[in-house]
Design a protein around this ligand. Structure first.
Ligand SMILES: [Zn+2]
Length: 490
């Protein structure tokens, strides 16, 4: 991740007016509908009424009002009414216009601010919201929730705030980050925004290198904050000494796992690290580095391969260098290069190796890694790798029970709620509740799909193999439900 110096860009008066107007309408709608009676659902009539009152169609059409039940029981006391907007409610002209996009592209020197890939040649970068403004994906890895689900984002009012905008690639932003935003402690608006402890490293406010660094022997990202805590707890070393140790010998970097959670080494360091992880000392604070790497998928295979290719290039540059340039000079020269954070670690490591005259070779080997035994390390890793269904799918699908279905015990309607899109399979007229899926119980149940002509069967694992777009079509055009015995909710 790249540290970014935030700067604001002046927008046209017209844009400012539109932003203010949209924000005011959003706040009004949320305030008004937060007092909606439970189980109410927005009907077509309700929406056209709001339109007539002067609310923008984009906002009204993409407004969500949901009653959510967190556990499957008839206890209705804890049911929660959530109000918010899906992605289409936000006007791209007001947060991702050419002017804004160019500005933020320049701020991150044409690279994705999260994964540091150079995006300029293909113009494939887009504006991403640091705090997600659409649906919030509550399947966060730290507080391993057995029932991941979506909720309306409380950050909708940050949609047009420049401090909340970054330039990113769609793999980081849409495929990985999506609606994820984990916080330590209370979430806004329960605490003021400035007080909220975001876990995702913020390129404007944090120095990303305090949290994420790279292993030059395999181009993997690792949680520097966690490794720092490990060595300072177990060896009582200072930050400077630890940094020097890791640069001198990359094999001292523990917890190197690939995408599938397979450990890349089984060294003594690794064992000491896992012993530390399971001890009480390590539990005092979650590692923001580790969570950020997981949230953004910074060790996804294609990215590691791209970094390895860049590493080769760095290595040539380094070997062609006459004498040893001081590191700060090299780091400065790396400013317009992709994967520069890896470059800093690689150059520093090679400098050390050059002094100790050790031959520089990449030790990365995919083959060796894949034959290693899979080893689960922390609760977070466990949540990520243990489940047979991808987390995004688990959080997107939920049960929807309408008033007339409360007593049904042989089937339950499934809906698809996507953070980038809308609610598919929604009933438009009846009162309803949203219910999380009990995966332990329901994973292997039969799913029935009724299209216009016939009824066919599917399974959750089949859904997991579909692309999001296919799922949207499935849920938009068919009735989808799960068969089996369920408890009555009436
Ligand atoms: Zn990226």
């Amino acid at each position: 991740m790249i540290p970014l110096a935030f700067s604001r860009i002046e927008l046209s008066a017209d844009t400012e007016v539109k932003q203010t107007m949209a924000l005011r309408q959003m706040n009004e709608l949320v305030e008004r509908l937060s007092n909606t009676p439970k189980y109410h659902t927005l009907t077509k009539k309700d929406r056209s009424q709001l339109n007539q009152e002067g609310y923008a169609a984009d906002l009204v059409d993409n407004l969500l009002v949901m009653t959510q039940r967190t556990e499957e029981s008839s206890a209705t006391d804890n049911d929660l009414v959530v109000v918010g907007f899906t992605y289409a409610a936000f006007d791209p002209a007001l947060y991702a216009s050419e002017t804004l996009k160019n500005h933020f592209e320049q701020l991150s020197q044409g690279c994705c601010c999260f994964c540091e890939s150079f995006l300029m040649p293909t113009a494939s970068g887009h504006i991403s919201h640091y705090r997600p403004v659409q649906l919030l994906d509550l399947a966060d890895v730290e507080h391993v929730s057995p029932h991941p689900h979506h909720e309306c984002s409380p950050y909708f009012s940050l949609a047009y705030q420049q401090e909340n905008l970054v330039y990113a690639c769609s793999a980081c932003d849409v495929t990985h980050k999506a609606g994820t935003f984990t916080v330590a402690g209370q979430r806004y608006p329960e605490v003021a925004l400035e007080e909220e402890k975001a876990v995702l490293v913020n390129p404007y406010q944090d120095n990303p290198r305090d949290f994420i660094r790279f292993n030059p022997s395999n181009a993997h990202a690792y949680a520097f904050d966690q490794v720092l805590a490990f060595y300072s707890d177990t060896k009582k070393l200072s930050k400077q000494d630890i940094e020097a140790l890791l640069w001198r010998s990359p094999s001292a970097i523990p917890n190197q796992v690939d995408e599938a959670g397979v450990l890349l080494t089984e060294s003594a360091v690794e064992q000491a690290f896992h012993a530390w992880l399971t001890s009480t000392a390590s539990k005092r604070e979650m590692s923001r580095g580790q969570m950020t790497i997981a949230t953004l998928g910074l060790n996804r295979t294609v990215l590691v391969l791209a970094r390895l290719a860049m590493l080769k290039q760095y290595q040539n540059d380094f070997l062609n260098q006459q004498g040893a340039s001081p590191i700060p000079l090299i780091a400065k020269d790396l400013v317009t290069t992709a994967y520069r954070s890896l470059g800093v670690d690689a150059f520093a490591t090679w400098q050390h190796l050059r002094h100790s005259e050790v031959h520089v070779e990449s030790t990365y080997s995919n083959k060796a890694a894949s034959t290693q035994q899979r080893k689960l390390v922390t609760a977070a890793d466990k949540a990520l790798f243990e489940t047979p269904l991808p987390t995004w799918l688990r959080s997107c699908i939920s049960y929807l029970v309408t008033e007339s279905e409360l007593q049904l015990t042989d089937r339950r309607r499934l809906v698809y709620l996507s953070s980038q899109d809308r609610l598919y399979g929604e009933t438009d007229t009846e009162k309803c509740i949203f219910l999380p899926i009990n995966w332990q119980r329901d994973l292997h149940r039969v799913i029935k799909v009724r299209s216009q002509r016939n009824i066919w069967e599917a399974s959750f694992s089949e859904l997991a193999n579909s692309r999001p777009h296919e799922l949207i079509n499935l849920f938009a055009n068919n009735d989808v439900w799960v068969e089996g015995s369920f408890t009555t909710l009436a």
